[in-house]
Design a protein around this ligand. Sequence first.
Ligand code: ZN
Length: 342
Amino acid sequence: MAAGHDTDSSPAVRLLLRSLRRGRVGHAYLFSGDSMTELEELARALTKALNCTSAQPGSDDALGSCGHCPNCRRIDRFNHPDILWVRPESKLRSITIDQIRDVMHAVNLKPTDAAWKAAILVAAERMNVQAANAFLKTLEEPPPRSLLVLLSTDPQRLLETIRSRCLRLTVGSEVTHVTDAADGEWLTRFSSVVATPQKSLLSRYLLLDGLLKRLAEIRASVERELSAKSPLETHDEVEPSLREKWEDELTAAIEAEYRKRRSDLLNALHWWLRDVWIARNTDAPGISQLPELADNAAKLADRLTPPQALENLKVIERTRRMLETNVQEALAIEVGLLKLNL
Ligand SMILES: [Zn+2]
């Protein structure tokens, strides 16, 4: 990859570069973007940077690999024995369970010439269900010194459980962040309470109380914003049937928007708990999705076992699924929060 490549300017790539220079590498990445060629180049650049034998920061390549040593050259030609590429095959153009099993077997073997083994899944969303489930198992117990890289131009089609266990880099746009300032403040308070060891049920209920209060604020502000835009606001004298229709529309719009913002809030919590899981699960903490809360994440990670940290992600996923059904919200949130390992 030549200097000055487009991906150089992406904030995601700069973040990746910074992490690499500090020797922090997470074990599973999801690179998404519009161009598969660009994503493949980024995966090659990453695996070269990790395996280059004469890497120099600021050299040829944006990520600091030389481009000339045997490792770099073989990675560029797609024939490095430790850098495994998986592409959709078969008539259905899908990635099959056999392909996943083969590559995971290979990833589990000691590297031949490289410091890091890597499996790169091109068009990862084309894994069929069995393949995705087999892959998920590997994600839960990653082999040491291995790197799994998923490339996708359509990441929404990946299983949520897979997406949530990868460090996500979106090429060509902003990195993940909490968009709502009040959500960010809530998460900061939540994570700092959790960072201090506390085992009492009371403190757990205080966390629950804080979350329910934040949800109530969100609902109130959605109601305010959407009511102000409703025609009910400007038309006093209308037919009862039309009034009723507008009222129904407003109620539905409020509910839909509220659910979306509730989901954003739970996403933010999910990102932070994923940082905890990654900090617990790898020798190196990798890229933090929420760098400003990384210290709090590290403190919680110190108290948890890897399965406990993983269970937290599952708890949030289950809670979100429950909330999509018609279960009572406060109950679903309470059950979820009390089950978290904090
Ligand atoms: Zn090199």
